[in-house]
Ligand binder design. Structure first.
Ligand code: AMP
Length: 601
């Protein structure tokens, strides 16, 4: 599939064509100093005709998708309206994308077009990180942090994992996109958990012409003392701040570094403020993730400025980073290299890579357009089982807790073949409180896992992450108390809701292991709701059944024995919100969605 990607910016329109079958870039160009986006985009067909390139689909980079879009979207009237609705959140950027979309729709009315949102990658940021502590009325109209540069940060994550030959699920990455716009992203085990840009692209780092973080108190002060209007302040923060304001000579780091070396004090201060702010974010994100394995640099400054990388990485030795000046100086990127610039003994790796946003957009478009379409038909509803809290133990833990040679006794069989509830229970003790008599399930596994509902995490006094079974790295430590002993163990999780689906049932519905779907449940007329992000797990031995925890069951007012129906969408049996697709992760040894290793061809 040949995919045209368009990135319509204020000073240039970048475009490229990728052949997803060969994973090759067929064409790449940039129309600079554009009078209008419309005019620039109208020139694209001539470039493609000259190169004899035909296209099958188009992907548009769109800055803001609000809180609605976790994934790229096939563009239709509804999506255009949603992008328009987000204009107040991205006043400089969304109108440019819309202008590009309007023209490409005119030129290629019969070609599928997809909006790839800069905000989508950050939809995984937890509430505690995206919430501003402002009045509820303000939050009700969408005041929260969204984050940007998602396509770039996602590419960096994948490239880093590929270079280090590790699954993303094993890495805590701090991705520094330092271009004219700039942001830092904390990526923990494959998902964005925080990023420096907020509701708009103004928050965070010092940028070419944008201020980044300022005290919100300055708005009233500027209004009272200089009589500035809201529009004037906004324009100054977007266009007349950042490097251009500090240096007094422009926003190009090359010029600023040159002037600084000649003794220009303003240029020197601009560099110092810039590096200091990035370092501050890196340190805080290392705190957020409980450490950092990789710091990655991209964007014009991140890729090219050896001195900026050095300044930023100074004084990060307490994190275990041992920077290598020689390797740093010798970085020269020409394509998709990702050189490492730390000493061999450094605990933190530092990588530099170009930001292949256009390639990433093409990958996202391909992923969305190749979802298998299954004709809708009448499928029976899916039974729902409510999982109360429970514990999985190892053989060794059974002996430590119940005594040497002890074997668990089967109390009753569970609905999934081969699984049973044991007669034994344990007390689970957290830093704040304890939950008594939690049921142990069998048979024993090769890891300990304690599955609770979110409300119970408050009883224990610890944050339990939402995880798939077996995904225990970095989970909180609690104490298990049995009749013959106690052990401290990690493995406390809130189980990600999932459907155990028999292989035949999955095939009939066009579903695969790792897909995520929406399920509508009948809440007895009072609390009907739709569960999103339900993970499909497929096995020939499974009895098809959806598993939710007690919090989720209470929210929907359903009990064991309830049923749910896969949400159909426009003639498709299931609305697949995330498609498991190894094709998407061609460079990746692990699939982000189902966390399975890809099959090596
Ligand atoms: P981007 O928005 O990612 O294209 O980055 C553009 C910015 O990268 C320019 O405005 C420069 O500030 C910076 N840049 C590009 N090349 C260099 C370089 N060799 N040294 C320092 N900064 C550079």
């Amino acid at each position: 599939m040949n995919i045209l990607t368009i990135n319509a910016g204020s000073s240039s329109v970048k475009f490229a064509v990728f052949d997803t079958a060969t994973n090759k870039q067929l064409y790449k160009s940039e129309i600079e100093r554009v009078v209008s986006v419309e005019e620039a985009v109208r020139k694209i067909p001539d470039f493609l005709i000259a190169e004899n390139i035909k296209i099958d689909a188009i992907g548009h980079r769109v800055a803001h998708g609000g809180a609605k879009f976790k994934d790229p979207q096939l563009i239709n009237a509804e999506i255009i309206k949603a992008i328009e609705d987000c204009i107040p959140l991205a006043p400089l950027h969304n109108p440019l994308s819309l202008a590009g979309i309007k023209v490409t729709k005119e030129i290629w009315p019969n070609i599928q077009q997809v909006a790839v949102f800069d905000t989508a990658f950050h939809q995984t940021i937890p509430e505690r990180a995206y919430t501003y502590a402002v009045p509820e009325k303000w939050r009700a109209i969408g005041l929260r942090r969204y984050g940007f540069h998602g396509t770039s940060h996602k590419y960096v994550m994948m490239r880093v994992a590929e270079e280090l030959k590790l699954p993303v699920t094993h890495l805590r990455i701090i991705s520094c996109h330092l271009g004219n716009g700039a942001s830092v992203c904390a990526i923990e085990r494959g998902v964005s958990v925080d990023t420096s840009m907020g509701m708009t692209s103004l928050e965070g780092l010092v940028m070419g012409t944008r201020s980044g973080d300022v005290d919100p108190g300055i708005f009233a002060y500027l209004s009272h003392t200089l009589g500035l209007s809201v529009d004037e302040i906004e324009m100054a923060l977007y266009k007349e701040s950042g490097l251009i304001a500090l240096s007094g000579i422009g926003n190009d780091m090359r010029d600023i570094e040159k002037e600084a070396s000649l003794g220009n004090k303003k240029a020197q201060l601009a560099i110092q403020v810039y590096a200091y702010r990035v370092r501050k974010y890196i340190a805080s994100y290392a705190g957020v993730m409980g450490g950092v394995d990789v710091i990655a640099f991209t964007g014009g400054i991140g890729e090219n400025s050896t001195s900026m990388r050095k300044r930023i990485c100074e004084r990060l030795d307490y994190l275990g980073l041992n920077f290598d000046d020689d390797k740093n100086i010798s970085v020269k990127l020409t394509d998709s290299e990702a050189p490492q610039i730390q000493m061999d003994n450094s605990l933190v790796k530092v990588l530099v890579t170009q930001s292949h946003e256009q390639w990433m957009i093409a990958q996202e478009v391909f992923r969305i357009l190749t979802l298998k379409i299954t004709p809708a038909s009448q499928f029976p509803p899916i039974p729902i089982a409510v999982s109360a809290h429970h514990i999985h133990l190892t053989d060794q833990a059974v002996e430590q807790l119940f005594g040497k040679g002890y074997k668990l006794k089967i109390r009753n069989q569970l609905s999934q073949p081969g699984f049973w509830a044991a007669e034994e229970t344990l007390d689970v003790i957290g830093p704040h409180g304890e939950i008594k008599n939690m049921r142990v399930l069998g048979p024993c596994r090769d890891f300990i896992q304690i599955e609770i509902a979110e409300t119970e995490a408050y009883i224990l006094g610890t944050d339990a992450p939402i995880r798939l079974s077996g995904d225990r790295d970095g989970t909180p430590i609690v104490t298990l108390r049995g009749p013959k002993g106690s052990i401290q163990t990690e493995g406390l999780i809130i189980a990600k809701r999932h459907i155990h689906m028999n292989t035949k049932d999955a095939e009939a519905r066009g579903l695969k292991q790792g897909d995520q779907v929406e399920v509508a449940v009948d809440g007895n007329g009072d609390r009907d709701l739709i569960f999103r992000d339900v993970m499909i797990r497929v096995d020939p031995k499974y009895v098809t059944e959806m598993h939710i925890d007690t919090d989720e069951a209470n929210a929907a007012h359903i009990h064991h024995g309830g049923v749910g129906a896969l949400m159909p969408v426009k003639g498709i049996a299931a609305h697949i919100t995330h498609r498991h697709s190894h094709a998407h992760y061609t460079e990746q040894s692990f699939c982000l969605n189902c966390r399975e290793e890809k099959e090596v061809a």
